[in-house]
Design a protein around this ligand. Structure first.
Ligand code: PGA
Ligand code: ZN
Length: 415
């Protein structure tokens, strides 16, 4: 089938800021859309999200330039083209942009088109998106449901620095969405009741987790545990803990400064702190425990992690960039990669990052951004490539639930 029209519009994301949605129309009249998320604790090696910087509109956050680039530049070339070759279309987008960081057309413009093309291509062969992704890109892997990483307490930049750790997550052991979502939701609801009854807040942060006025990281884990036990769930048997430290956000001039207490630590002291915390609470996974270019600290922590069986995840460290992942594999700087489509800007480069991660024997975590839309693309991607984990926020806020609900839909077999 051919693309007969390609258009983009400016829409609003979960933080109320503009983002881009594109629409690919096929010659059977069907319309396929995709919208692009946006980070807050972004890595400095991410591709460029093109904004207008016009202070008269949306505090400068407008994306009319990116919309223009889809409507006036990309559409002119892609309309009339067969939709059966998404990788070829991505290749053309990358070449037409011509820059390392996609700053010419804007990575947001490029990704909006890249995802809509995959959707259209799946429709053209009458397949659900996950199935299309699996057969077209991941035929060597079996589709499988990922374990969830559910961010039930938000800190750091996502919640005004109530804690230094940005995300306190629970990971149900069950993989079937109808089971894992139930466990996560029950713990989340009970935690909310608990926090409200103690009058320490039931309000939620950017990713839908609570943002209570607890005093320390330890208190957060204890309160979650208390809530889980009341629901009848046991740590290690039913769920594990995971954290995203997003440590680039509290790193300055070679030191880590905990914002809450003002305490300064070097990488060795921070390593010590993480291993104590990890053993005490059975934290299974540490994401970005160190700053994005502190390779040495990552490598040392990964060595230590073998002993405790911690998973060490690179998010800002790798920025879903195959070159950085390759460097990380050589340095043995982690053992898992957080995959975010908009850190690299096309579906096919995201696929390359996933495959490289897999070939190294590392774990794949498909992730949302803190600024999201109702687009559930990552749920299909996670199932279609058989990712070990999906990280898509808490059990609240519809932009997060869109992904969980899509997993439930896939499980149902209806589409
Ligand atoms: P971000 O946060 O989308 O603000 O970068 C998510 C994360 O750090 O994993
Ligand atoms: Zn992160």
């Amino acid at each position: 089938m051919k693309i007969t029209s390609l258009r983009a519009i400016e829409i609003i994301d979960s933080r109320g800021k503009p983002t881009i949605r594109s629409f690919a129309v096929l010659d059977d009249g069907s319309i396929h859309s995709a919208s692009v998320p946006s980070g807050a604790s972004t890595g400095s090696h991410e591709v460029l999200e093109l904004r207008d910087y016009d202070p008269k509109r949306y505090q400068g956050f407008g994306v009319q330039k990116a919309v223009h680039n889809v409507n006036e530049i990309i559409a002119k070339e892609l309309v009339g083209r067969e939709v059966d070759d998404p990788r070829g279309i991505d290749r053309w987008l990358i070449e037409r942009d011509g820059t390392e960081n996609k700053s010419n057309l804007g990575a947001n413009a490029i990704l909006a088109v890249s995802m809509a093309v995959v959707r259209a291509a799946a429709h053209a062969v009458h397949k659900p998106q996950w199935k299309y992704l699996n057969e077209y890109y991941f035929s060597e892997y079996k589709p499988a449901f990922p374990r969830l990483m559910v961010n039930i307490v938000n800190g750091g930049r996502h919640a005004d620095w109530n804690f230094d750790i940005q995300e306190f997550m629970i990971c149900p052991v069950a993989t079937k969405p109808s089971e894992s979502i139930q466990i996560a939701s029950e713990i989340f609801l009970r935690l909310g009741d608990n926090l409200k009854s103690k009058k320490i807040g039931g309000l939620v942060g950017d990713e839908g987790g609570y943002s209570p006025t607890l005093k320390s990281n330890e208190e957060v884990f204890d309160t979650i545990l208390e809530s889980a036990v009341t629901c009848g769930y046991e740590k290690l048997k039913d769920f594990f803990f995971a954290v995203d430290c997003a440590a680039s956000e509290f790193y300055e001039n070679g030191e880590y400064t905990l914002k809450k207490t003002g305490q300064k630590m070097n990488a060795t002291q921070l390593t010590q702190y993480y291993s104590e915390l990890g053993q005490k609470y059975n934290i299974q996974s540490f994401e970005d425990p160190f700053a994005e270019d502190d390779w040495e600290a990552f490598t040392r922590f990964t060595q230590l992690a073998r002993q405790f069986q911690f998973q060490v995840v690179g998010d800002d460290l790798f920025c879903t960039n195959p070159n950085r992942i390759k460097a990380g594999i050589e340095k043995q700087a982690a053992n898992a990669v957080l995959i975010k489509l908009n850190q690299i800007g096309t579906v096919s480069e995201t696929v390359d990052a996933i495959k490289m991660t897999r070939e190294a024997g590392w774990k794949v975590i498909i992730s949302h951004r803190s600024g999201e839309t109702e687009n559930p693309f990552i749920a299909d991607l996670a199932y279609g490539c058989g990712a070990e984990f999906i990280k898509t926020g808490s059990m609240s806020r519809s932009e997060r639930l869109a992904k969980y609900n899509r997993l439930l839909e896939i499980e149902s077999g209806i589409r």
